[in-house]
Ligand binder design. Sequence first.
Ligand code: FES
Ligand code: FES
Length: 191
Amino acid sequence: MTSELTTDDPTDVRELTRERLHEVTVTVNGLPRSATVPPRRLLSDLLRHDLRLTGTHVGCEHGVCGACTVLLDGAPVRSCLTFAVAVDGREITTVEGLAAEDGTLHPVQQAFHDHHGLQCGFCTPGFVMSACGYLAAHPDAEDDGEIRAEMAGNLCRCTGYAGILAAVKQAAAVLRDTGADPRQRHRPDAS
Ligand code: FES
Ligand code: FES
């Protein structure tokens, strides 16, 4: 026999299911942004739905594919596994924060373009952000095996990875030449 939830006072049900809202303020791509969110709001949803930054993609939604990768205080994280309330007061960089103000691509983005490191492009924002975090920590990266291992947390169903590997190697060389921090917005005139 199936039992049903019944109540004489429907407002009780609303009260029981009501979530407390929290004000979250973060710096995203150098700008302060705020939103009022329930405690279970994911960082990926904060970015895409509350802040309308849809460059961060969501694939598996459980930490496997890496499509949702963003930089949190300069280090790559999976935004689908991170609660928005947990990043209050912190600094986030998304793929929208990389190209120069005049639209010139960031060296990592340019390298993906040059080496056909994307086809459908769904995985690309995650790969680009992971590469930015990786190259910041390993500016001397040039070993194929090491790059493959470090980028193994991102999945691509289209490219076969050869173009992505070549792109990361090119970006590493360009960034070494210019000395630019790959986690910062590109400044073509600074090279
Ligand atoms: S959407 Fe976050 S890891 Fe796949
Ligand atoms: S380019 Fe299509 S999933 Fe990577």
